[in-house]
Design a protein around this ligand. Structure first.
Ligand SMILES: Nc1nc2c(ncn2[C@@H]2O[C@H](COP(=O)(O)OP(=O)(O)OP(=O)(O)O)[C@@H](O)[C@H]2O)c(=O)[nH]1
Ligand SMILES: [Mg+2]
Length: 347
């Protein structure tokens, strides 16, 4: 195909739609798709156009440098580094110049077929899979979504079972991050454990009971499954209004959670059930601070699914895997049946 060289006024508004085509969050490289009148956008952003079929290293304004793949006259991919802020700045740069930045390519699809958005897709299922991939929270979603076109073909037009739908709903947790709530009495070690899983200081930890007053949340990657993790305030009888409000918030979070983890530890008992008037049994019971000397013969430990230490790291890998297994079991990911990841695929 010949190179596209068009002279377009530099200052006209960019007539393109663009969106992030790789999952949100940190990654080595992000892909930003440009669809529409691509030449003026590339010319303004990179200083020169990129010919159709070419892959070039370019600077993206003063923002970053990376590869540009020119897939078609009306279509290009920018591949900056994957930091969230870099993509945000690219989005700002493009939006300021009139480009239509789309936060959710699926919503964009309302008036547009997924196949138009992803012309390289082999069929409509693959186009939908690519649109879903663009907003999927978990790395584990990637392989599974890319296998769907083949699985749907293999399946033919056979009716889907109730189990297919139930499994599909569980697999959607790879796309929309499920909510995991960590609950436990004051000082159980909730914030320290959350920080250890997060790998950074996400919440404040102190030996004083009642340190965490509000629920603190963060996205945590648990062995390929990204979850929205809530570190709840430890609950205790209090007259403090602020703390009472925090407890009310905690109740709501517990009610809506996809998974509840209860934490106990040396000298810190399990919460009574139902806790906070909530008729909810925790899905996972974890015994914290297993490194402490008094942990060894603690009878509380016998009621736990596993013991962990945020200090030494003991049990953290097992905890990540257990939570992942409870939310998106391996059996669901391995089965060679189609996944209804978009309502349009249901029949
Ligand atoms: N030895 C040991 N100490 C821990 C561990 N995890 C937490 N601690 C200590 O236990 C105390 C309470 O920890 P936090 O993480 O603040 O407890 P919390 O459950 O968040 O407490 P609240 O927010 O008050 O409900 C702190 O002094 C921590 O250093 C652990 O794995 N081992
Ligand atoms: Mg805390």
């Amino acid at each position: 195909m010949s190179a596209v060289t068009r002279t377009i006024p530099e200052l006209g508004p960019l007539e393109i739609a663009c969106y992030r085509a790789t999952p949100h969050g940190l990654g080595a490289v992000a892909v930003v798709e440009l669809v529409g009148d691509v030449t003026p956008a590339l010319t303004q952003l990179c200083g020169t156009d990129v010919e159709v079929g070419a892959l070039r290293l370019r600077k993206f304004g003063g923002i970053d440098a990376g590869l540009v793949a020119r897939l078609a006259p009306e279509r290009a991919q920018l591949m900056p580094h994957g930091g969230t802020r870099i993509v945000e700045r690219l989005a700002e740069w493009l939006s300021e110049r009139g480009a239509n930045w789309i936060d959710d390519p699926l919503a964009f699809r309302e008036g547009l077929d997924a196949s138009e958005l992803f012309p390289e897709a082999a069929d409509a299922t693959e186009a939908l899979a690519m649109a879903t991939l663009a907003r999927a929270a978990s790395p584990l979603a990637v392989q599974l979504l890319l296998a769907q076109s083949e699985l749907w073909i293999e399946h033919g037009g056979a009716p889907l079972t109730a189990e297919d739908h139930a499994r599909s709903a569980r697999l959607m947790r790879l796309v929309d991050a499920p909510r995991v709530v960590l609950a436990g009495a004051p000082n159980a070690g909730k914030s320290t454990l959350s920080n250890a899983l997060l790998g950074r200081e996400g919440s404040i930890v102190s030996p004083e009971a009642g340190t965490t007053r509000d629920a603190v949340s963060a996205r945590i990657d648990l062995a390929g499954l990204v979850v929205e993790w809530f570190d709840l305030p430890g609950v205790r009888a209090t007259t403090c209004t602020v703390e009472r409000d925090a407890i009310a918030l905690a109740q709501g979070l517990l009610r809506d959670a996809d998974l509840v983890i209860s934490l106990a530890g040396p000298g810190v008992p399990w919460l009574e059930e139902p806790w906070l008037d909530l008729p909810r049994t925790p899905h996972v019971r974890v015994y914290a601070k297993s490194d402490e000397a008094s942990a060894a013969n603690d009878p509380l430990r016998a009621h736990a699914d596993l013991a962990v230490s945020a200090k030494t790291g003991e049990g953290l890998k097992a905890l990540r895997e257990l939570v992942r297994e409870k939310l998106v079991p391996k059996a669901d990911r391995d089965v060679r049946r189609p996944w209804v990841f978009d309502a349009r695929l249901a029949r």
